[in-house]
Ligand binder design. Structure first.
Ligand code: ADP
Ligand code: MG
Length: 729
């Protein structure tokens, strides 16, 4: 081990756990301590203000200025009571993560002093000078301003002595520049469309809510080792590193005992999450060494997503207190599992019904199958879009990499639900002939067991699986903003619900009874979309061929996967549901291509530097030692004997020289390919050039660098190796 590496490893291995102080009160006492929730609103706002605000939240109506002023007074008081000095509008730009610009509460008081000031105006709307956020050309120079506006459906919270106000971020011309705006639109759309369908079964339903329960996977690495790996610190993943002799093959990490240091970290994180009102509940080791998972109790999608974004930043902070770095990259280490963020998604009514949960009565089950058939239709029609919604430069390393969902979206139903669907689609009767719906109902629908949840039947290879009372969209990347997937899914399903309702109305207008009409439409939809259902092994080559035959989107190039957003049917769907305009879709794709390009570009630069300035010098030095050795042998021994003794060294020298030459050539080639790609005007074409001509070289160079790692004297190797990075003591 090189001296430097030895020091880092020594530090990492000898760390003692950082003890966490557990609050004296019970979690229920400190839960949401730092959230301006209804309880705090009641305490800090005049009664009439409180009532008006709750009404505005529940009925989704905008606040007026007077009301906002009153709320701002109460919110400021609460914040100051908690030692807060600054406030910020907290929003989700099209980059990773969140954005915030802090202002302090101070204003001149007119007498040379200051007062703490926070008005309704500052609460509800601001104009962050955010001209450098990605916008895909929407905010050109004459329309350069955007503004952020409070999302009253997500409560304000205190983090780092700062009052954070969740906001949307839009251009003055009205286009969204963030993730939250379209997410709220998609949620409204599924609320309207879902309510209209749910009312077929229960006229009392006023709202349909979309729920999200994410499962966040992540890796931890000791900070000393992290700092010694420029690839990890600059790109979030290891660009080189030979597999460790031991990694996950013994399967001894999954659900295994959590190392003490990690346990303290988790505890610290959980306490902090609970104070911020994030209902985290489940923690465990994941499959790969140093990989873990955290999952909350599910919440309404908008809030759940805010909580996930907040979690990701809190995680990074808490990890540093414990001398760790969190890796949210989808594939930080080659050869072992990557990290995803399963999105458990469901719909429910304001009357308390879970719409993906089979019920006790035929009527309940008819409703259940109705909603399942609309999801089926949406996933079928928009499988390409759903894939685009989770695609990114980083998630590309995970998709199709034989442990994560394949790069084809299909839908897993499980045996019981599949049998039901089979029996519904099996008869070829002309749907125009009147049939006895009641009889069919009893025969086919009422037999669905009340609880379909069947843990043994879980197919881990499916990207989109029915799991008893919800669907689990597993292809989402660990670093992603879940909004992207949730926007696409909710909007696509909303459109199919709209379609379902109008088809049923048409059948009824033609004289059918309601249940007949519903059943008829369910059958039509399930029959038409049967192609999306697949319960087999999603990793197999046969499935890739079969999926292509079925007409599913099998594109694997991320820049081309993004094209799905601009397909005419997708543009139409987003327009119909009011989620995106065509201008927004075009602008967002520009941003996606640009971010893709930049990520690959950064990796290529970092790796070029590592290869030329870290690896090759060390490899050459070691080769020089071997050469010295050979020439000394040749000087001291008779030539026959010398050739024999030096044979192995000579072979290694030749191999090393070959690897070094290839690495140099390929780094040159990579620089050249980048130059060529950079000359391309079109963002899409540039991203494609990076995908086709730059990204593959990263893998090729890595192959040779990893070979060199096996040859060079361990004492000289400058970077912490996989076996050191991957096993926390
Ligand atoms: P597993 O790893 O077996 O999938 P977890 O317990 O890790 O299960 O995660 C399950 C996630 O699904 C949790 O976040 C949970 O809150 C969420 N969930 C459970 N029921 C629903 C539902 N009806 N709608 C949305 N999310 C749900
Ligand atoms: Mg899961």
């Amino acid at each position: 081990m090189s001296l430097l590496r030895f020091k880092e490893v020594e530090v990492a291995f000898n760390r003692t756990p950082v003890k966490v102080e557990i609050p004296k009160e019970d979690p229920s006492q400190y839960f949401a301590k730092y959230v301006f929730n209804r309880e705090k609103m009641q305490e800090y706002l005049p009664k009439s203000t409180y009532t008006a605000l709750i009404q505005a939240i529940d009925n989704k109506v905008p606040l007026n200025r007077e009301l906002a002023d009153e709320i701002a007074v109460g919110m400021k008081k609460w914040a100051l009571d908690n030692g807060v000095t600054h406030y910020t509008h907290w929003f989700h730009p099209l980059t990773d993560g969140t954005a915030e610009k802090h202002d302090s509460f101070i204003e001149h008081n007119g007498n040379g002093g200051i007062v703490e000031e926070f008005s309704g105006k500052l609460l509800i709307q601001q104009e962050p000078d955010a001209s450098s956020f990605p916008n895909g050309g929407i905010r050109n120079t004459f329309e350069a301003r955007g503004y952020s506006a409070w999302d009253i459906s997500s409560p304000a919270f205190i983090h780092d002595n700062t009052l954070c106000i969740p906001t949307i971020f839009i251009a003055y011309s009205g286009e969204s520049l963030d993730y939250k705006t379209p997410l709220l639109r998609a949620i409204n759309s599924i609320d309207r469309a879902g309510t209209a369908v749910a009312q077929l079964f229960d006229p009392e339903v006023k709202h349909v809510f979309s729920y999200l329960g994410w499962e966040q996977e992540y890796f931890l690495v000791d900070e000393a080792l992290y700092a010694a790996r420029p690839d990890l610190s600059l790109t979030g993943r290891t660009l080189l590193g030979h597999e460790s002799a031991k990694n996950q093959q013994l399967e001894d990490h999954y659900f295994g005992a959590i190392p003490m240091r990690v346990e303290e970290f988790m505890l610290d994180l959980e306490i902090e999450c609970h104070m911020l009102g994030i209902p985290v509940k489940t923690r465990h080791n994941e499959v790969a060494p140093n990989q873990f998972e955290l999952a909350p109790i599910y919440e309404e999608t908008n809030l759940a997503n805010d909580h996930n974004l907040l979690l990701m930043s809190v995680m990074a902070q808490v990890a540093r207190r414990h001398h760790f770095r969190v890796l949210l990259h989808e594939k930080p280490f080659a050869g072992i599992n990557g990290s995803g963020k399963h999105n458990n998604w469901s719909l429910g009514t304001d009357t308390g019904k879970q719409l993906f949960k089979p019920g006790k009565t035929p009527q309940d089950n008819l409703q259940f199958i109705t909603f399942v058939s609309c999801v089926s239709a949406a996933v079928h029609r928009y499988n390409g879009l759903l894939k685009a919604s989770i695609a990114s430069a980083t998630n590309a390393h995970r998709l199709g990499a034989n442990e994560a969902p394949p790069a084809i979206i299909s839908m897993f139903l499980g045996k019981q639900l599949n049998d039901v669907v089979d029996s519904l689609v099996s008869d070829d009767r002309d749907d125009n002939i009147h049939f006895n719906a009641k009889e069919e109902l009893n025969l086919k629908v009422s037999q669905i067991p009340e609880i379909l949840l069947d843990n043994t039947d879980r197919n881990r290879t499916s990207p989109f699986a029915f799991t008893g009372n919800r669907f689990e969209f597993r292809a989402v990347g660990s670093s992603a903003n879940c909004a992207s997937a949730m926007i696409a899914l909710n909007a696509a399903v909303a459109e199919q619900l709209i379609y379902f309702k109008s088809a049923v109305d048409a059948h009824m207008a033609a004289g059918m009874e309601k249940n007949d009409a519903i059943l008829k439409q369910i059958k039509i939809q399930l029959k038409k979309t049967r192609n999306i259902h697949f319960d087999g092994n999603g990793y197999s080559d046969e499935w890739k061929e079969e999926a292509a035959r079925r007409g599913l989107d099998c594109e694997t190039s991320v820049p081309k996967i993004f094209d799905a957003y601009l397909a005419p049917k997708v543009v139409e769907m987003f327009k119909k549901t009011g989620v995106f305009t065509e201008v927004e879709l075009n602008a967002r794709n520009e941003v996606k291509w640009e971010i893709y390009t930049k990520k690959v570009q950064i990796e290529a630069r970092v790796f070029g530097d590592l290869a030329l300035n870290h690896i090759i010098p060390v490899a050459s030095r070691y080769m020089g030692l071997l050469l010295d050795n050979v020439s000394k042998i040749k000087a001291l021994f008779p030539s026959d004997k010398a050739n024999d003794l030096a044979e192995q060294d000579m072979a290694i020298i030749e191999k090393m020289a070959e690897h070094i030459k290839l690495v140099r050539n390929m780094v040159d080639q990579m620089v050249e390919n980048r130059k060529q790609a950079n000359r391309i005007e079109s963002m899409r074409e540039r991203a494609i050039a990076y995908h086709d001509n730059v990204a593959p070289l990263l893998d090729d160079i890595r192959y040779h660098v990893d070979k060199l790692e096996l040859m060079v004297d361990d004492e000289m190797w400058p970077l912490p190796k996989y076996r050191e990075l991957l096993f926390i003591r």
